[in-house]
Design a protein around this ligand. Structure first.
Ligand SMILES: Nc1ncnc2c1ncn2[C@@H]1O[C@H](COP(=O)(O)OP(=O)(O)OP(=O)(O)O)[C@@H](O)[C@H]1O
Ligand SMILES: [Mg+2]
Length: 342
């Protein structure tokens, strides 16, 4: 598969300022060394508890936030053998020169706040197109109408304001706006979490259809493992600013290799997972301001040993396409069998 983007040791530390002089006294380690390759045409699911850094990952990929350190490499189409282009080093002009304006888009969880309430739908969808190319107003209008139809709305909606739509319709508008610039990558941050179950299913089906039709690449952020199971080919599990497991969707569900992933899977109905024993998480996620030493999960892991308290495990391949960061990955299945969790 062709590479699209590669994140290399991305860190994002948000400064915490204190005192009268507003000096930096500490930092929130929202991302603490993320390595991830995104291939063209794949759909990656990113899961993990609240605060683990999912949205920050999305915003950093889109350069809405500048990474504190690390590199984001971009590979133009059909150039897999060339070294990637480091996006963090490019200014606005460099991005425009590469033709990257509008090529990466984001759809947010809450369409009520992500769509400008004072703009009519026509302008909301036309805005990113105008930035990218100059079209006559007739052509622009026709393009906006075809986008609306693509997401299941119609030209009758052109002159309305966002508040005149239901949540599901608003999310359709957000999707139309995101695909308006023919993007290569769309980051979907909990795009269905604010919707009813039945509307959720409609939006997921729409996203699946659009992905096929335009050969899009998705990074799909969600709390819901069953949603990513439906939409993603690969899943990334995050915990407290780190990636702890990456696997193809079927492998992750059939054979999770990190205790935290097992714990996440334990929360879904047993018909949807094949691991019968469960790990029930206790306690809260520790603070990302002062994360635990060693493995960040050790404070909640039932299998933690001394090594886990001292040394950070790195992501290592356990089988093709399956990477895990756990000191006890090789013994995990035996440990699970011996355990009395049920
Ligand atoms: N602009 C910011 N300034 C300071 N800290 C931030 C900022 N944005 C996020 N954080 C912190 O970074 C950490 C990761 O946040 P992020 O929003 O990426 O989590 P998330 O995984 O998307 O969570 P959720 O599932 O609740 O959306 C959190 O501890 C959060 O408080
Ligand atoms: Mg988030």
């Amino acid at each position: 598969m062709e590479k699209l983007l590669e994140l290399k040791q991305i860190k994002k530390h948000y400064p915490i300022l204190g005192g009268i002089l507003k000096r930096q006294v500490n930092s929130v380690k929202a991302l603490d060394g993320i390595d991830l390759t995104i291939h063209r045409g794949e759909s990656i699911g990113v899961v993990g508890e609240s605060g683990c850094g999912k949205t920050t990952t999305g915003k950093t990929i889109l350069r809405l936030h500048k990474p504190s350190s690390g590199s984001i490499l971009y590979y133009p189409e059909n150039s897999d053998s060339s070294p990637g282009i480091a996006l963090e080093k490019l200014g606005k002009q460099g991005i425009a020169k590469l033709g990257l304006n509008g090529k990466m888009q984001m759809v947010f969880q809450d369409p009520t706040t992500s769509l400008n309430p004072r703009m009519i739908i026509k302008n909301i969808i036309a805005e990113p197109i105008r930035v990218q190319e100059k079209l006559s107003s007739r052509k622009l209008n026709a393009k906006v109408i075809s986008l609306l139809e693509l997401v299941g709305l119609s030209q009758d909606h052109l002159l309305r304001y966002p508040h005149e739509f239901s949540g599901g319709q608003r999310q359709r508008i957000a999707v139309a706006r995101a695909i308006a610039t023919n993007p290569e990558l769309i980051i979907l941050d909990e795009p269905t979490s604010a919707l009813d179950v039945s509307v959720q299913a409609q939006i997921l089906n729409l996203l699946k259809k659009l992905k096929q039709e335009f050969n899009l690449t998705y990074v799909f952020i969600t709390h819901h493992l069953l949603v990513v199971k439906y939409i993603s080919t690969r899943i990334v599990v995050m915990y407290l600013g780190k990636i702890i497991e990456i696997a193809r969707t079927e492998d992750l569900f059939a054979r999770p290799r990190h205790p935290y992933t097992i714990a996440l899977l334990s929360g879904i109905p047993s018909t949807d997972r094949r691991v019968s024993k469960r790990i029930v998480l206790s306690g809260d996620v520790p603070s990302p301001i002062d994360p635990p030493d060693g493995c960040r999960f050790h404070t909640r892991c039932p299998f933690a040993i001394d090594l886990c308290r001292i040394k950070q495990p790195v992501l290592e391949q356990v089988q093709t396409g399956h990477q895990v960061a756990c000191h006890r990955k090789q013994e995990l299945e035996v440990l699970m069998k011996k355990s009395d969790f049920s």
